[in-house]
Design a protein around this ligand. Sequence first.
Ligand SMILES: CC(C)CC(=O)SCCNC(=O)CCNC(=O)[C@H](O)C(C)(C)COP(=O)(O)OP(=O)(O)OC[C@H]1O[C@@H](n2cnc3c(N)ncnc32)[C@H](O)[C@@H]1OP(=O)(O)O
Ligand SMILES: Nc1ncnc2c1ncn2[C@@H]1O[C@H](COP(=O)(O)OP(=O)(O)OP(=O)(O)O)[C@@H](O)[C@H]1O
Ligand SMILES: O=C(O)CCC(=O)C(=O)O
Ligand SMILES: [Fe+2]
Ligand SMILES: [Mg+2]
Length: 327
Amino acid sequence: MADRLQTVFRHLGSGRPQQAISTIPVSAAAYQYSQPGCILSDEQRRFYDKNGFLVIKNLVSGDKIDKYKERFQKVCTGEVKIPGVIIMRDVAIAKSEFVPGEHAVTKIQDWMLDPVLFEYCCDPEILKYVEAFTGPDIAAMHTMIINKPPDPGLKTSRHPMHQDLHYFPFRPADRIVCSWTAMEKVDRSNGCLVVLPGSHTGELKQHDYPEWEGGVNKMYHGVRDYSPDHPRVHLEMEKGDTVFFHPILIHGSGMNRTKGFRKAISCHYASTQCHYIDVEGTTQENISDETLEIARKKFGGNIKISFKDVWRLRARLVKGQPGEIAE
Ligand SMILES: CC(C)CC(=O)SCCNC(=O)CCNC(=O)[C@H](O)C(C)(C)COP(=O)(O)OP(=O)(O)OC[C@H]1O[C@@H](n2cnc3c(N)ncnc32)[C@H](O)[C@@H]1OP(=O)(O)O
Ligand SMILES: Nc1ncnc2c1ncn2[C@@H]1O[C@H](COP(=O)(O)OP(=O)(O)OP(=O)(O)O)[C@@H](O)[C@H]1O
Ligand SMILES: O=C(O)CCC(=O)C(=O)O
Ligand SMILES: [Fe+2]
Ligand SMILES: [Mg+2]
């Protein structure tokens, strides 16, 4: 590369700048999606720029994960109550019969007020990677534990291909990142993540409920013009492995063909320098309406609340300076 640039300079008839050009590492300004001086190696920065995700092996210890798992179980049985938490039941199970404990729960969301689970979001091992994408001022925006149930035979345990940015009324997208940690071995048998490498360089697409015969879980929107021709990568991960990915990356997860509940813990982070946007008249209007419907159920029908307010309530500063999206 440097050689090529020198050749260009020679062609331009300029002798002197050759020296300067060849001593500037070509990489210094060449990465778009991570911060200069961050923890990532050049190779990792290059990989994320190209693919929109990066897996770090064994980032979270087994002990921590066991602690989060135990806490999750207590939330499911009702032994631990977290203010504001949303407990989503699986579409197939919710419609059949009452099942106690974690076996009816497909995910818990908004546990930012639980001191035990929130340790995941504040984990310095995770934050040093998050900072590579968001910069030093970081807010935890969205918290989830996903408990993918054994598929009842209807393929309802699948998560359709989607972009997480569809759910978020804040920007810029490049200062947002998801951290997703496998709480046990995840592979194609229990429904690992499936990503479309490089799709993070595209646009935010229109999302709708997929027309799946067996049914689709609440809020599981999929990209409308999904192209089956784009190469897919299945992210098989061990307990504690963590993937960081861009909010425009198209991803989903496969069906769980095992008898166990496949567990993962995740947090979406954003730079506190991000700003809220108005989604009226955009492709995000449908998710905004649906989110507000759930918020009204949670807080009472008469409450006046906006999509931005819902996110303001979720946002918690975890590092650095506060800003517009997290005070
Ligand atoms: C309607 C409109 C308005 C809105 C929409 O369209 S939204 C819809 C968005 N579209 C989508 O999400 C469709 C894309 N879907 C997919 O890519 C997948 O269905 C996923 C969502 C990722 C779910 O994956 P899943 O159903 O589990 O399928 P997989 O990709 O895991 O498996 C597919 C085939 O692979 C096979 N397989 C499974 N495990 C292994 C293994 N260990 N080694 C080799 N092969 C394996 C598996 O048998 C399956 O084979 P087939 O059934 O395809 O023949
Ligand atoms: N699988 C699902 N399909 C559709 N909506 C769901 C699903 N899981 C959760 N929800 C949404 O989450 C809300 C809370 O669900 P949950 O079953 O915990 O409480 P509830 O139905 O309001 O009360 P109850 O504790 O009496 O069941 C529901 O009102 C619904 O909007
Ligand atoms: O753990 C999974 O199956 C993926 C969940 C996911 O992508 C999401 O909830 O946005
Ligand atoms: Fe997602
Ligand atoms: Mg209910």
